[in-house]
Design a protein around this ligand. Structure first.
Ligand code: GRF
Length: 186
């Protein structure tokens, strides 16, 4: 199958997903799109031997991403740390084919601006006793599509936002590839 992964950050989820299918000798085709010229995910793509390209926010606003995705016509579009709001026009073109991972238990701690360490800081600040990940379909609004999967982890009294981030990353690495595998086999 053809999978396009969109990532803005380090791309550890992208690397983990690609590595998972390679280890199982499942020959999906991956292509990475990032919006940042210096995103570390580009290094990971090179190391992994998968194609990658940069589509900046400006190009995104000019419809380049939509055009590109229609050309690539992927079976699944995976957002893994993609920080731009996904263009509404594309959401309609790929119904139930765009998924995102959010590092919290939606609907809590979701929405614009709630990403990365901001999420974990809020969880700690609110003395939550648990947090986790949410994998959901992408809709026109940040983090509002139907939830496909959630996993939880405990938050200890003395956990720092970094401690929480580590626990959440572990959940991401453990579950995201398996959720994708299941979606592609349905
Ligand atoms: C992850 O925490 C994910 O939940 C969020 O963005 C982060 C991406 O991290 N959407 P990475 O770039 O995959 O390391």
């Amino acid at each position: 199958k053809n999978i396009v992964i969109l990532a803005s950050g380090s791309g550890s989820n992208a690397e983990n997903i690609i590595g998972y299918f390679r280890k199982k000798n499942i020959l999906h085709q991956f292509h990475i799109i990032t919006n940042k010229k210096d995103a570390f995910v580009l290094e990971r793509a090179k190391k992994l031997g998968v194609t990658a390209e940069i589509i900046t926010k400006k190009q995104n606003d000019e419809g380049v991403l939509e055009k590109r995705l229609l050309e690539l016509n992927p079976d699944l579009i995976v957002l893994a740390g993609y920080l731009l709001l996904f263009p509404a026009g594309i959401v309609q073109q790929f119904p139930n084919k765009i998924i995102n991972i959010h590092p919290a238990l939606l609907p809590k701690y979701g929405g614009k601006g709630m990403y990365g360490s901001f999420v974990h800081e809020a969880v700690v600040a609110n003395n939550e006793t648990e947090t986790g990940i949410s994998i959901h379909y992408v809709s026109e609004l940040y983090d509002e599509g139907a939830v496909i999967f959630q996993a939880k982890t405990s938050v200890a009294e003395n956990d720092t936002p970094d401690d929480v981030a580590q626990k959440v990353h572990q959940l991401e690495y453990e579950h995201f590839p398996k959720v994708i595998e299941k979606l592609l086999s349905d």
